[in-house]
Design a protein. Structure first.
Length: 299
């Protein structure tokens, strides 16, 4: 039972998601008020994981709509299984040319309906309303936003051949955006908004130890401090928490005990994903960052 913000924070932590108090509060309000949750922030800071953890810890089905440029209603909502419909028509014709109206009603039956993520999220589930993750909404265009606005307003859609389908209880909706463009105010007004920022050193260290429990404590503090220092650099793509976790796993797989210039240079591709950024981090720069990290952490 989710009765307080503390319950939400405990729920997320049980799913290995270390959430700050403000995030836990807005998640609690989204659940209590049955409002969509709009999470915005840089890539790799844990926006998508909020939906995954909620679904897992609440025992709900996770329905994910991955957004992309050119996403249309058919791909997001529903489409008809035309090959099966044509087969049904041919079988009916071979059986004796049935009435056209009867045949039309037969082929536009739910048996031939392909439910895409939005329609799946409006369908009743025995476990309770599913968690609908609309991931990276900023990759779509304005017409899709307008359609999504209609769905979020009433949690219902109209299918001409079947009528109106309405959710008995609204799904738990989590919308994410990397802010590559601004989302229309009308969408944001229907949501509870939260900006997910990079965590501070202590919270990021807690996250890394949750995800990579076998990581040595000293190495973990070095890794997190090094990545935090990288975020101060003028990079093409600043590393997120996801990269910190990936790097920690890579170093653990190599049985690394402590950061040194050679191991950092050899594994930095787990943190920086653009050649221009890797070229900026030459051996001298790496040595300077390691020295800074060690000085900050002490013996």
């Amino acid at each position: 039972m989710i009765e307080t913000v503390d319950d939400v924070q405990a729920l997320l932590e049980a799913g290995d998601y270390v959430a700050e108090r403000r995030l836990a509060t807005v998640v609690f309000l989204a659940l209590r008020l049955e409002r969509p949750l709009f999470l915005e922030g840089e890539a790799g800071v844990g926006k998508t994981e909020v939906a995954a953890v909620l679904a897992r810890q609440l025992g709900r089905r996770l329905v994910r709509l991955q957004c992309y440029e050119g996403l249309d209603v058919a791909s997001a909502l529903y489409e008809w299984d035309y090959p099966r419909q044509m087969m049904e028509i041919r079988l009916a014709e071979a059986a004796g040319q049935p009435d056209r109206e009867h045949l039309a009603a037969d082929v536009f039956d739910e048996r031939f309906l392909i439910r895409r993520p939005l329609l799946q999220a409006l369908t009743e589930d025995p476990a309770g309303p599913p968690v609908l993750l609309i991931d990276e909404l900023d990759r779509t265009d304005a017409p899709f936003e307008a359609f999504l606005l209609e769905v979020l307003s009433d949690f219902q859609v109209s299918i001409p051949e079947l009528g109106t389908i309405r959710a008995e209880r609204p799904p738990i909706v989590v919308i994410t955006s990397n802010r590559t463009r601004e989302i229309h105010d009308a969408v944001k007004r229907r949501c509870l908004y939260h900006w997910v920022d990079y965590p501070d050193l202590h919270r990021e260290l807690a996250i890394v130890h949750r995800r990579v429990p076998q990581l040595m404590d000293r190495l973990g503090r070095q890794v997190v401090a090094f990545v935090q220092a990288l975020r101060e650099r003028d990079l093409y793509k600043v590393p997120g928490v996801a990269e910190t976790i990936d790097w920690s796993r890579a170093l653990t797989a190599l049985d690394t005990l402590s950061l040194d210039p050679d191991i950092v240079r050899d594994t930095l591709g787990a943190v920086l994903k653009y050649q221009e950024d890797l070229e900026r981090m030459d051996l001298q720069e790496i040595e300077a960052l390691i020295a800074r990290v060690n000085a900050e952490l002490g013996p």
